[in-house]
Design a protein around this ligand. Structure first.
Ligand SMILES: [Zn+2]
Ligand SMILES: [Zn+2]
Length: 579
């Protein structure tokens, strides 16, 4: 039996239990959701957490009672009589197409429903579900309607699966980028500044810079050229690019400068993308086929409007920096460029310690620009590149961008959760809109193809994913602070300073912890702060010019300082991943 059928049946049972315990309740709807179900109720009083336990108990009683789900077809007038006093149900009946409605009865509870359900409530494991929370929800999601009480539950076939679900939730909570951001003092989102806008603290900003430097170094080594462009541009630019038509709901509203002076006639727009700027740089001089491919890269900060309800820590934000690039090439060069872009992508993602990916090829959406032929051609080039590198992928029909098809790569983290990061898009259209050209072998003007690619994607999101993947314990080369030096007593402070001085020559990021707290408190703090190496120095270490090394909550024993420096240098240079 499908787990959805069990979850759906449990929604009925939940409503049945509420009917028994809270007479006079009016019923909304009760669909299944990921991992469980919910039901909306108009209750006479608000619920307390202990009410959930009572309702659960009642549900178990109903499950054990072995009630069947009896289906009946009723005329609309009969069902109106049946649901008398249930305004939400009556509203639903009114809107249902056809003359009859289907209802299901189990025990003394009747609901409007199309099914399917379990045959008998006995088929449900009474220990396989749990009610998890109470929330307020407007009837049909509209603020104009009454606020109902929503009860959520999770359900699985076995108790073991249910326990695993809660364990997973617990683990995910420990890794929550919002919580880690605060604990590790990396970033915050400020009410006075605005939702979805990240303020990077010193440690977060250095982490971001380490990632940016590494990515940029790789790009420059792979034939990219660095460019830099403004955050705003005339609104008309976005009209030419098609963004005002096809991307409107993701853009902040335009603004005008008219009040500032008579000559300021144009409206401006904060950039949701970097593409038109790079095209403008491309067009600055006439290009020959010999100059192509041209690869412009920029750590471009863009702003996109997202509804405040979907914003989520670093993962969904309104302002973010992309490791963006646009490659201009001839049609003959397209496949080769896509292959090398994909190769570089996986090299970089693997350096960060990611091993598992979900790759998707997204095809033409409903709203699009360009000819069907160019869509087909670009989709085929993307397919070719994936197949050439033997990368397994699936096709996501209709999920391409308005200007072209794309490859999206989701990173799977250590809990197996997929996160959208990389995007590689082929575009036959923007070069056309902006009349970008090159002179071919025969001296004729041709239109280049453009590849948009962001390998890490949004750096904000990427850092969020790194934090969740490593539960905050980043690899040494990425850690904002790599080493703490902890003197045991005040007489060891001098040696601790000496150690710090020697280590700083190796360009590691370190802190000398010579405050008055006890050694054990400092070690505990260092571990909570996920500092990769804690070096404790006392009498013995002073005498032997060594350090006592602690890493990942383990005492690794004493090590000669010169050896430690050498070891750390190699670990950083190799960008080693230790879990
Ligand atoms: Zn049902
Ligand atoms: Zn672009």
């Amino acid at each position: 039996m499908k787990i959805e059928t069990i979850r759906h049946s449990l929604a009925h049972i939940l409503a049945y239990a509420v009917q028994e315990l809270f007479p006079g309740t009016k019923f909304g709807i009760g669909p299944t959701i990921e991992n469980g179900f919910y039901y909306d109720f108009d209750l006479k009083r608000s619920l307390a957490p202990e009410d959930l336990l009572k309702i659960e108990e009642k549900m178990r009683e109903i499950i054990k009672g072995g009630f069947s789900f009896k289906k009946e077809k009723l005329s609309k007038s009969d069902s109106n009589r049946l649901f008398k006093g249930q305004p939400y149900k009556l509203e639903l009946i009114k809107e249902l197409p056809g003359k009859t409605v289907s209802i299901y009865q189990s025990g003394s509870f009747v609901d409007l429903c199309k099914g399917p359900h379990v045959k008998s409530t006995k088929e449900i494991n009474p220990d396989g579900f749990k009610l998890t929370k109470i929330a307020g929800a407007y009837w049909r999601g509209s603020e104009k309607n009454p606020m109902l009480t929503r009860i959520y539950g999770v359900a699985f076939k076995t108790k073991k699966e249910l326990d695993n679900y809660f364990k997973f939730q617990e683990e995910a909570k420990k890794r929550d980028n919002r919580i880690l951001g605060q604990k590790l003092d990396l970033f915050h989102i400020d009410e006075n500044i605005g939702p979805g806008l990240i303020l990077w603290h010193p440690k977060g900003a250095i982490l971001k810079r380490i990632i940016e430097n590494y990515a940029l170094e790789e790009y420059l080594r792979n034939g990219y050229q660095l460019v830099s462009t403004p955050h705003i541009a005339k609104l008309n630019l976005w009209k030419i690019s098609g963004h005002t038509e096809f991307y409107k709901e993701n853009m902040f509203p335009a603004f005008h400068l008219r009040e500032l002076g008579e000559e300021e006639k144009d409206d401006y727009q904060i950039k949701p993308m970097n593409c038109p700027f790079h095209i403008a740089i491309y067009k600055q001089s006439i290009k020959s086929y010999r100059q192509l491919p041209l690869r412009y890269t920029e750590l471009g900060t863009v702003y996109r409007y997202e509804k405040s309800g979907v914003l989520h820590g670093l993962i969904r934000v309104r302002g973010f920096t992309q490791d963006d690039a646009h490659i201009f090439c001839t049609p003959d060069q397209l496949s080769k460029e896509l292959v090398s872009t994909l190769r570089l992508t996986f090299k970089i993602l693997k350096t960060f310690g990611f091993k598992n990916f979900e790759v998707c090829l997204s095809t033409r959406p409903k709203k699009y620009v360009g000819t069907l032929k160019s869509w087909e051609k670009s989709t085929n080039s993307l397919k070719y590149a994936l197949e050439k590198l033997k990368i397994p992928y699936r096709i996501d029909p209709g999920e391409g961008v308005f200007y072209g098809p794309k490859i999206d790569i989701k990173i799977k983290d250590s809990l197996g959760r997929p996160w959208q990061c990389t995007t590689i898009q082929v575009d036959f259209n923007l070069p056309k809109q902006f009349k970008a050209a090159y002179i071919d072998r025969k001296g004729k003007k041709q239109q280049p193809i453009m590849i948009h690619r962001a390998l890490l994607g949004s750096l904000e999101r990427f850092i969020g994913v790194l934090l969740e993947h490593y539960a905050g314990a980043l690899p040494l080369w990425l850690s904002p602070i790599q080493i703490w030096i902890i003197p045991v007593g005040s007489r060891h402070k001098k040696y601790a300073k000496e150690v710090t001085k020697k280590l700083s020559v190796s360009e590691t990021r370190l802190e000398l912890k010579d405050g008055n707290e006890t050694v054990s408190k400092k070690i505990r703090d260092g571990e909570l702060q996920k500092i990769p190496y804690l070096l404790v120095v006392g009498d013995k270490e002073m005498k032997t010019k060594s350090v006592r090394v602690r890493s990942k909550n383990k005492d690794l024993g004493p090590m000669e300082l010169t050896n430690f420096i050498e070891k750390v240098k190699i670990e950083i240079d190799k960008k080693e991943i230790k879990i």
